[in-house]
Design a protein around this ligand. Sequence first.
Ligand code: DHK
Length: 149
Amino acid sequence: MSKPIYILNGPNLNRLGTREPEIYGRTTLVEVEALCRGAAAGHPLVFRQSNREYELIEWVHEAIDEACGVIINPAAFTFTSMAIMDALKMFPGPIIELHISNIHRREQIYHKSYVSPVATAVIAGLGTDGYPTAVRSMLDMISRTTKAG
Ligand code: DHK
């Protein structure tokens, strides 16, 4: 059985669909999870959301032992959390940092990510379509590493 891909979502993303739809769109987090499972084509996924920083850190620790890859939308913790950055540093597999909006086109406070320096790749600005895109990219990265042995 393949190890699952962990998809972790940070604060306020539980309000996706009604939260600032002009920035984040009208797709709900439940619908985003379904998009991810569709793109995973049967590869196991663990899909979670929390407004608590410590919980996201606990899930990254869990992923160190359980996951083949991590896709993380740290939301506002992107710009504040060295703790999440330090946790991700310990993850041995590929990490995709994901943002629904193009953070680099937004206000200055959204420009410096603590996660990007430890991520394999960053996806930003594709809207919620960024999630299934990240899943497909993660599957490609995993199959490449598996082939490389
Ligand atoms: C989501 C958030 O909640 C913001 O704090 C980030 C990110 C952007 C997103 O685009 O998914 O700045």
